[in-house]
Design a protein around this ligand. Structure first.
Ligand code: SF4
Ligand code: SF4
Ligand code: FES
Length: 245
């Protein structure tokens, strides 16, 4: 027999002065192969059309359905209700600006992070559309692609204690972005250039290294590995600068 699930869902509309943050309870019969996305869609269709939450692809690709699921950030479309207890509490991701209920604005945060990390290839080479593309070693291209798989869901940022304390901390997503460009031979920036961006408490030296980010990343990006690598590189760069080398 299917279970009856009890949902405690965060409700708040910051645009409405009458609205106050609270949890609202909804009961729903579980169906086979139900995901949280499906459950929320049914609650909205059958019980409360005003419930706000985000989704787009329903396949873990767009990164828009991040929320805190029983205390842990995750993608609602990738979590099956059969893996959860009868009572499920859903909160919006912290750190990001709340749009309403479970919907947050991750887009502005990521845009600011891309600006802060100068998230584009820096090269003095002029682009010539007539020239054949330069070949890249397959293994190198794959290692860059590995870091490019971030879906910008914000789960790593929401799980990060430093990001909760410092809104402008670049977070694992930002540091991963720097690691991606540092690995790309087309980018002519040096470690000194990267040090200007992440050699401080808003970058790699603000990271406490407890790796909640890697635990919750739905893409299983190698964040532990990349954060450790950047910390070593930036530490060496700091020493070289100190000794004037
Ligand atoms: S390891 Fe660093 S980036 Fe990851 S959650 Fe901890 S403080 Fe945040
Ligand atoms: S690094 Fe992982 S958890 Fe963080 S935004 Fe990208 S996909 Fe999401
Ligand atoms: S709806 Fe796209 S990742 Fe969940």
């Amino acid at each position: 027999m299917n279970r009856q699930l009890l949902f405690n869902i965060f409700r708040y509309n910051p645009q409405d002065p009458e609205s106050a943050p609270h949890l609202e309870r909804f009961a729903l019969d579980e169906s086979d192969a139900m995901t949280l996305h499906l459950a929320l869609t049914r609650i909205r269709e059958e019980q409360d059309p005003s419930l706000q939450f985000d989704f787009c692809c329903r396949a873990g690709v767009c990164g828009s359905c991040g929320m805190v699921i029983n205390g842990r950030p995750g993608l609602a479309c990738r979590v099956a209700t059969r893996d959860l207890p009868d009572e499920i509490t859903l909160l919006p991701l912290p750190v990001f600006q709340l749009v309403g209920d479970l919907s947050v604005d991750t887009g502005s945060w990521f845009r600011d992070m891309y600006d802060a990390t100068e998230s584009w290839i820096h090269t003095r080479e002029l682009f010539d559309p007539a020239k054949p593309e330069k070949r890249m070693d397959n293994a190198l291209a794959e290692s860059i692609h590995e870091l490019d798989r971030c879906v910008e869901c914000g789960c790593c940022v929401a799980a990060c204690a430093t990001a909760r304390l410092r809104p402008d901390f670049l977070g694992a997503a930002g540091l991963n972005r720097v690691a991606r460009f540092r690995a790309d031979p087309r980018d002519e920036r040096t470690d000194r250039d990267y040090y200007e961006i992440i050699g401080n408490d808003l970058g790699i030296f603000g990271c406490m290294g407890l790796l909640a980010c890697e635990d919750v990343c739905p893409q299983h990006l190698p964040l532990r590995n990349r954060l450790g690598f950047l910390r070593r590189k930036m530490g060496v760069t700091a020493l070289k600068q100190f000794f004037g080398k």
